[in-house]
Ligand binder design. Structure first.
Ligand code: FE2
Length: 284
């Protein structure tokens, strides 16, 4: 699945880019399916009318419910003061998640199969468990920056095993917000952990907890990964990465999967937990 150069890059730099991993017709079908999901999604009429505090509680509840659902998340400024969409719905979506790979027949097919199973094996991911799928939008002109972070913060396992599969569904360029990574940064410690406090009788609380004071990399050590549609970028949970804003007139749609290894202990503090109704599966 990986040639010698790609294996060496994975070990040395903590990421690998696989151009043409998905054929053009599958990529086009994924974009069409994303548009269909948005078109069918009805935002709650009162989404924009909560106070800031209530809104964050509603947002937390929506995030937690999306562990076993397909939910559209809007850009922060998508609603006006009356709770009406201020921009067309298809231009106001920030992401769709987080169980597309199990609940949406198209993305189930896109997220499973021999090629991904063999790749996971080649990366050393034994008994993979695919926890999350996301369609991540960077809307033309308004798509914002996502700052430096490590995906291990959101999927803590002991030992660290989470691996990100980032599929470009549209060309990702320097102008429209491609990924940037710190080559070699996969040896740095996990800096923070996104924790869900679940106290019986209380609404769950989400918070970011600092773990290690190692600074984020400087811009000088960041490497951009512009890739054409159909490419797959894979990186481990400790690799610091970010993506810039989209100042261009072209959207930048990506699809991501996050998988851990079943033999590593999955933290009960991770926000994303699965019930027996929707058990976590591998790539087969
Ligand atoms: Fe990330």
């Amino acid at each position: 699945m990986l040639n010698a150069d790609q294996t060496a890059q994975w070990q040395r730099e903590g990421f690998v880019v696989l151009p043409g991993f998905k054929p053009a017709e599958q990529v086009a079908a994924a974009c069409r399916r994303a548009a269909e999901i948005i078109s069918a999604f009805q935002p709650a009429a009162d989404t924009g009318t909560f106070s800031t505090r209530d809104r964050s509680r509603v947002a937390d509840a929506a995030l937690l419910a999306s562990a076993e659902a397909v939910h559209c998340f809007f850009e922060e400024d998508a609603f006006d003061a009356q709770g009406r969409l201020a921009v067309p719905k298809e231009r106001s979506i920030n992401k769709i998640g987080h169980a597309l790979h199990d609940l949406d027949p198209f993305f189930d097919g896109f997220s499973h199969g021999p090629a991904l199973a063999a790749l996971a094996q080649a990366l050393g991911l034994r008994q993979p468990q695919v926890w999350q799928s996301q369609l991540i939008f960077k809307q033309p002109h308004i798509g914002g920056e996502v700052g430096w972070h490590q995906d291990g913060s959101f999927f803590l396992t002991t030992p660290q095993t989470v691996t990100t599969f980032w599929f470009a569904l549209e060309d990702a360029t320097l102008d429209n917000g491609c990924l940037w990574v710190q080559p070699g940064g996969q040896t740095s410690p996990l800096r923070e952990q996104y924790v869900c406090d679940r106290t019986p009788g209380q609404a769950p609380r989400l918070r970011m907890q600092a773990l290690d004071s190692t600074p984020w990399p400087s811009a000088r050590t960041a490497m951009p990964l512009p890739v054409p549609a159909g490419s797959l970028v894979v990186f481990g949970g400790l690799l610091p990465h970010y993506s810039g804003p989209n100042h261009s007139p072209r959207s930048r749609l990506a699809y991501t999967l996050h998988a851990t290894c079943a033999s590593a202990a999955y933290s009960p503090l991770n926000w994303l937990q699965r019930s027996a109704a929707l058990p976590v599966r591998g790539f087969d």
